[in-house]
Design a protein around this ligand. Structure first.
Ligand code: ADP
Ligand code: 5GP
Length: 190
């Protein structure tokens, strides 16, 4: 059986990653999500096992010690996020393609481990000013949280050249088509 592939997305918050991934699904692309583990608390309507596997810091540490993570990072202070081997290996072995939405360091790490079986894509905002506008328009964070995300974005953008592809999300339809073409070509390769 042909193994599945890994499609890794990373981007500063608000760059349009979720919008693009949803559009790919609407256009009929077949993939499954790797549900990450995190030690942060659930937000709003988030459910355990859907958005994340929510763990206590102790449970998270046990899984680190047992080697259950492919990668993990302290993305925010005292908040750990990690990709569980159990989320990924069985799906790949069953020939299914798996999508990852992880931070820049995690993305570079997973790509390094899986080589040609993985593709890494960085979604870039047209400018930091436009990113700020989109975060304000989305209206899901406070002003303080938006400022934190924007200052983090500058650091994240500095990792972009370590990705296989950089997609500038300026005109949404173009960004979706470009992403779709890149992934389709990648999936066709042996
Ligand atoms: P992320 O998942 O990367 O945090 P979202 O997909 O939630 O980002 O996008 C952030 C906001 O920007 C959303 O309100 C979305 O509708 C909007 N958006 C996404 N792409 C574009 C685009 N090309 N032009 C204008 N607005 C966009
Ligand atoms: P949030 O708390 O807003 O859901 O996510 C915060 C950040 O954690 C995002 O940048 C997201 O991409 C990243 N993230 C989510 N899951 C993982 C993971 O498994 N590994 C790593 N390294 N980062 C992750």
């Amino acid at each position: 059986m042909k193994k599945g592939k890994l499609i890794i997305f990373s981007a500063p918050s608000g760059c349009g990653k979720s919008t693009i991934i949803n559009a790919l699904r609407e256009r009929g692309m077949q993939f499954e999500f790797s549900v990450s583990a995190t030690s942060r608390q659930p937000r709003g309507t988030e459910q355990d096992g859907i958005e994340y596997h929510f763990l206590t810091p102790e449970q998270f540490r046990d899984k680190i010690d047992n080697g259950e993570f492919i990668e993990y990072e302290e993305v925010y202070k005292d908040q750990f996020y990690g990709t569980l081997r159990s989320e990924v290996e069985s799906r790949l072995n069953a020939g299914r393609n798996v999508i990852f939405d992880i931070d820049v360091k995690g993305a570079i790490n997973v790509k390094r481990q899986y080589g040609n079986q993985a593709i890494s894509m960085f979604i870039m905002p047209p400018s930091v000013e436009e990113l700020s506008r989109r975060l304000h328009n989305r209206g899901t964070e406070t002003e303080q949280q938006i400022e934190k995300r924007i200052s983090k974005a500058q650091l994240e953008i500095s990792y972009a050249d370590q990705f296989d592809h950089i997609i500038v999300n300026n005109i949404l339809e173009q960004a979706i088509s470009e992403t779709e073409n890149i992934i389709n070509n990648f999936l066709l390769c042996e």
